[in-house]
Write a protein that binds this ligand. Structure first.
Ligand code: 5AD
Ligand code: SF4
Length: 462
């Protein structure tokens, strides 16, 4: 039985990390990663359920694999992650050639499940019980075994890593499927996180991004102390070798003063704050059950600007949520104009079966209106992003060099390449340089900019 695999990943950073950990655990079990699905003996899709579109794409990709499976019946096809948890056996009904369905809390079992399939035991499914069925410890245990094993080769770049500090979500925003597919909110113990970050530092990692669905809700008891995110950052800050700490995604109501002061005072914590607002209209925020008013969101922004004036703040918005009027939308426009986010991710509302909004409210904004609002908001945001980027021209910024740019990845000869890297504020910078600069932190002078990318050259004398 062949032992090569390919993983296609969609969705958020949780999924990117999960795929990395899956790849590491398969490699430990003797499987080999390959670059294309064609070469692979096992093809996995790590899926997302946040919007319908993401699911449709997976189902059509699965559909296209039907004839491949007819010709190569031993090729294993697996569906992992959020859609596996949400749709469970329905996946086998819609795509009978799928062999394996594994929820996000059961990914540690993947090598064993593959062995069963290879042993002739037929299709396998492992998902969590529902939230009421005692899944809390089940999910927790599965991650204790899963998360701490970090192997440098499985990471996209050796110098950067994500570390999960929380699982799940308990906020239950009415539009969101995450709490039902990722399970209850749980913070990992401080000691476990610290050990993982030390291990990454020993492997030469320079930048650690702490991730959680609502990362700033982190709270863990260690001995007699309760650690909030600010305390955790202070503790990790002492680990030698790590030059940058980032954390995503934040929940506006938990953006506390102690956390902002930690960002201000801890020099290796990046002044980059992703704090999704979702809407600028109170009636919409209320139906979304976000737990704050737009006035409170504005106060939070003002506090960020006061304590960490140079911070880059980014946001997410959903347009066309149930009952969103043109006036409501204009309030979102006003917030975007005023807040001057570094960038915003804008999504059209997509009703998800199993969420409160799908159950309680009509999806009454037409797709055409959603599209128009999406484009309008994006144009406003992009103009602001471009202005901010342009203001950086002629400045010299510290860049962590990540690797060859997309265009340069196709370049085979020569050592001088187009490289990409990031500033502390998560801005992407493209510049020419020698391959050996990859993994260094260097000063780059910005010469040109558009809304999404800065262009520059390595500054010779800093
Ligand atoms: N429809 C559209 N966008 C959604 N998001 C979450 N659920 C939905 C949905 N049902 C968006 C939110 C969140 C981001 C990750 O995805 O803006 O912050
Ligand atoms: Fe979803 Fe709200 Fe939890 Fe974010 S905070 S994952 S939007 S339920």
């Amino acid at each position: 039985m062949g032992k090569s695999f390919y993983i296609e990943t969609v969705g958020c950073q949780m999924n990117v990390l999960d795929s990395e950990l899956v790849a590491a655990s398969l490699q430990r079990a003797g499987y080999q990663a390959v670059d294309t699905p064609r070469q692979a003996d096992a093809i996995f899709f790590n899926t997302c359920s946040v919007r319908q579109h993401a699911e449709d794409k997976i189902y059509s990709a699965l559909g296209r694999l039907k004839h491949v499976k007819d010709r190569h019946p031993h090729k294993v096809i697996g569906v992992l992650g959020c859609m596996a948890q949400k749709d469970q056996e329905r996946i086998f009904r819609r795509a009978p050639h799928v062999d394996l369905v594994v929820g996000p809390g059961q990914l540690a079992q993947l090598p064993a499940l593959l062995e069963r399939i290879h042993g002739g035991m037929g299709p396998q499914i492992e998902v969590s019980l529902d939230r009421k069925g005692g899944s809390r410890t089940e999910v927790e245990e599965s991650f204790e075994r899963f998360d701490p094993v970090r192997e440098a080769p499985a990471r996209p770049t050796r110098h950067q890593a994500m570390v999960r500090i929380m699982l799940g979500c308990d906020k239950f925003c009415t539009y969101c499927i995450v709490p039902s597919v990722r399970g209850p909110e749980q913070s990992r113990p401080v000691e476990q996180i610290e050990a993982e970050v030390r291990q990454l530092a020993d492997q030469g990692c320079l930048e650690v991004t702490l991730i959680g669905q609502t990362v700033n809700s982190y709270r863990a008891v260690s001995g007699v102390r309760t650690f909030r995110l600010s305390d955790l950052l202070a503790r990790l800050h002492g680990i030698e070798g790590i030059r940058r700490f980032k954390f995503v995604t934040n929940y506006p109501r938990h953006m506390t003063t102690d956390l902002l002061e930690a960002v201000r005072d801890l020099e290796r914590v990046s002044p980059y704050l992703h704090v999704p607002a979702q809407s600028g209209a109170n009636s919409v925020l209320k139906r979304m059950k976000r737990g704050y008013t737009v006035e409170q969101y504005r106060e939070m922004l003002a506090e960020i600007r006061q304590i960490v004036p140079h911070a880059a703040v980014t946001s997410d918005f959903i347009v066309g949520f149930c009952g969103e009027s043109e006036d409501d939308f204009q309030e979102t426009v006003a917030l975007v104009r005023e807040a001057r986010f570094k960038n915003s991710f804008i999504f059209k509302y997509s009703p998800r079966a199993g969420t409160k909004s799908a159950e309680l409210y009509e999806d009454d904004v037409s797709d055409e209106v959603k599209r128009r609002r999406n484009n309008e908001l994006l144009a406003i945001q992009n103009a602001i992003s471009e202005e901010q980027s342009r203001a950086l021209v002629d400045q010299t910024l510290e860049i962590l060099v990540e690797g060859p740019s997309k265009a340069a990845q196709r370049q085979t000869a020569g050592d001088i390449l187009q490289l990409t890297g990031r500033t502390v504020c998560d801005r992407i910078v493209v510049f020419p340089g020698h391959r050996r600069l990859i993994g260094q932190i260097l000063p780059v002078r910005i010469t040109k900019a558009n809304a999404f990318t800065l262009f520059g050259e390595v500054a010779v004398n800093g």
